[in-house]
Design a protein around this ligand. Structure first.
Ligand code: SF4
Length: 377
């Protein structure tokens, strides 16, 4: 196996002070929410069936041909202010053909245009699936919610529909850790995401320690989304979320960038404990809180149908198709006219907040009119 070493990083370094996925940046730059980010679903195949999978209901055993890549590239090219792309699945690297014929050309396109790129992967396949991305990819985003191979076995195959031998799961877990170490050593920026849920909320410091040992450059923390497979899992109360985040902040490595996203806490809430937590997150070294890109500066394109969604979670129906329309136009329709967007489309600049994620609003704030609220500072 050859591990490639990038000699130079030609673009601005991603850092706590530069996160082009955050919709607040484009909102401030253009004065309104603007399409700067396109996520593409390149497969619905996956070698795992995680308990919490947010796209679990879309996973399949076989899938049809993709839309022609030139059409996707043309639609990306037309996005006037494109700054980032994300590639997602399933496991995007499940088929070698997808890596060679879709993923690498998309990443190369992004690099040539100076657009930043991310791929979501479980990193459990052969190193050869990931190595070809080294020269082009900005962020390898993985999920990591475990303190041991047994955790991985229990969580990662919960929806397989048949028993998966422990030895097979342990092999995959070891491969993921080894891939993470080798790719990190070769210069890849790996961002490991942990979801806060009923399993992980008391184990976050230990998970964080393992993520550091794997060489990851960033630890992302999000609440579990109650979508698809996760819809039937127990939902944590807001007090448990708060306690879990304080515990993690108390025990983390302050040198490692921590990115929190889609949090269910807002500066307009009456609860002093919640606002204190927001202040703490804002003042901690190397900690950022990202506003949710979905529907704010990003859309998702299904590369089998051309349908355009607000997120890869299928809960909200498609509102356009790239066979017929430009992405900027589809986004404009969503932004200006879609009733769901109107519900959460608020913005308090002093609190660096542009409103809740739609699923978070639905889980914890049913009936709340965010547009009539203001941050309490
Ligand atoms: S932007 Fe919306 S959610 Fe955020 S503090 Fe203001 S009113 Fe609350």
């Amino acid at each position: 196996m050859t591990v490639l070493h990038r000699s130079e990083w030609p673009l601005k370094e991603l850092s706590p002070s530069y996160d082009p996925w955050d919709p607040l940046q484009s909102l401030r730059q253009y004065g309104k929410h603007t399409l700067t980010s396109v996520e593409m679903t390149v497969t619905n195949l996956c070698n795992m069936r995680c308990e919490h999978c947010a796209v679990g209901d879309s996973l399949v055993m076989r899938e049809p041909d993709m839309i022609p890549l030139p059409l996707m590239l043309k639609r990306l090219d037309e996005v006037e202010n494109l700054k980032t792309i994300s590639i997602t699945g399933g496991e995007p690297t499940f088929r070698k053909k997808t890596v060679e014929e879709t993923i690498i050309p998309l990443l190369r396109y992004a690099r040539e245009r100076g657009v930043r790129s991310q791929i979501n992967s479980n990193l459990t396949l052969d190193m050869g699936r990931y190595e070809p991305m080294l020269p082009y990819l900005d962020v390898m985003h993985i999920s990591f919610n475990y303190t041991s191979p047994d955790d991985f076995h229990e969580v990662g195959f919960a929806n397989s529909g048949h028993p998966v031998p422990r030895e097979a799961a342990v092999r995959m877990y070891d491969t993921m850790i080894e891939n993470s170490r080798k790719l990190s050593d070769a210069g890849m920026f790996i961002s490991a995401e942990t979801m806060i849920n009923y399993r992980t909320h008391r184990k976050l410091p230990e998970i964080h320690r393992l993520i550091r040992e794997m060489g990851c450059k960033r630890h992302e923390v999000h609440p579990m989304y109650a979508a698809d497979f996760a819809a039937s899992l127990p939902v944590l109360g807001l007090d448990d979320f708060r306690a879990a985040i304080h515990d993690l902040l108390d025990h983390r490595d302050p040198e490692l960038w921590m990115l929190f996203g889609t949090l269910p806490f807002f500066s307009c809430n009456q609860s002093k404990e919640e606002r204190d937590l927001i202040s703490r997150l804002r003042s901690e070294q190397n900690v950022t809180v990202r506003n949710d890109p979905d529907g704010r500066n990003r859309v998702n394109v299904n590369m089998f149908t051309g349908d355009v969604f607000v997120t890869d979670f299928a809960a909200i129906p498609a509102f356009g198709n790239i066979h017929e329309h430009k992405l900027d136009n589809i986004f404009g329709e969503w932004s200006n006219n879609h009733p769901l967007n109107q519900q959460v489309n608020c913005h308090c600049d002093a609190a660096a907040c542009c409103g809740p994620n739609l699923l978070v609003a639905d889980m914890y704030y049913k009936g709340t009119d965010f547009k009539s609220r203001r941050a309490i500072l």
